[in-house]
Design a protein around this ligand. Sequence first.
Ligand code: NDP
Length: 445
Amino acid sequence: MDARLEAIRDTVLARNPGEGEFHQAVTEVFESLGPVHDRHPEFLEGAVLERLCEPERQIIFRVPWVDDAGRFQINRGFRVEFNSALGPFKGGLRFHPTVNLGIVKFLGFEQIFKNALTGMPIGGGKGGSDFDPRGRSDAEIMRFCQSFMTELYRHIGEYTDVPAGDIGVGGREIGYLFGQYKRITNRYESGVLTGKGISWGGSLVRPEATGYGTVIFAEEMLKTRGLSLDGQRVVVSGSGNVAINAIAKAQTLGASVVACSDSSGYIVDEAGIDVALLRQIKEVERGRLKEYAARRSAVTYVDGGSVWDLDATVALPCATQNELDGDAAARLVRNGLLAVGEGANMPSTRDAVAVFQEAGILFGPGKAANAGGVATSALEMQQNASRDSWSFAHTEERLTEIMVGIHDRCAATADEYGDPGNYVLGANIGGFVKVADAMLAQGLI
Ligand code: NDP
């Protein structure tokens, strides 16, 4: 890492102790930015990096609620409003027991660059809670969401901060959150949340967008080597929103998707995943992946273990951060891997990324490859602002254009900085320069 940036990075780490994922995300971005500061000394003079690493606002709050047995429950809520140079803070809410400030900050930090790469007018933020939705009834989820919004509402707004979904937050949760926002504020402010239901301000393609976008990005990377997804053997981790839609899109492009996982285990279905059955179990019944194996013949369920023990030519990690480590990466590379498209945020450890890059694997980092979700959220905001709703085909076409544009910008930036094919470098520099220019233009804020 460039010595000037290393000193700034070390200060950031010392000021934010115990936030391992945030440290990892900052380090990974800083490693790409040395050459930019040679060309743009004004970024150093303007203390852009120091400002960028300090969120504009961090909100931590108590979320009290009552479970079905009448017991009082207390969770912790977070919203980190990281950077609004390009537009209102924008980024999802995660409900998962592992959520803490460091995780929300890593996600919010990544979001700044991702949102810049989309070319849409959105800043970066992220939020969530250590609430565990698993095993909770609809009524408990509703009471939790209402309590969460009872504090959050005062911090958000269509021109201020626009949350969306992430792990544990899908259409059901966005519905309860929106209902409570409307009730407290007495405003039907569609643009305050994205990921809404279609009949009340949502956008077609938003549920599919992250997974579809990841696959479009992977296809664009493969094209640079004269390849395509057609006929590839694809392994996906996760079986939530991003994973299911990535599987569906990869199949339409001719790939054979043979495996996916949840946090309990993984399935191997050599005939190709039956997406309709997977959706029924995970989205309708909110069940476990194990049930997929019970309902379909010739499927293996592996309890525990890692889906990255399997061979694949294309890997799509779509579950969570740091799920794919250096050993798994080396094994995948030895066994014929061609490309990785990160549907999740930071699913590959730093070791794994190094292995992929050294081996010349096409590697699409999450902040570029999974930007289709937030980009389509921005399209939802556009539709809300104009009181319009677009067709599926039109919205999907916009998503495709945006993802191809992100791919091409990352590739062109990597070329410009003398490291062709390095999408990590391209994404980090491409996103950073846009935000840095806007920050300097807006003065010391
Ligand atoms: P979901 O909650 O819909 O699904 C998450 C999936 O990942 C589930 O299958 C879950 O299994 C699995 N998972 C979660 N945590 C772990 C863990 N610690 N170990 C193993 N598996 C785990 O979330 P999404 O699909 O929305 O999000 C997945 C990833 O994509 C996240 O990294 C998120 O930040 C990222 N992302 C999401 C976007 C979106 O639009 N939703 C946009 C951009 C990025 P289980 O059910 O067993 O918990």
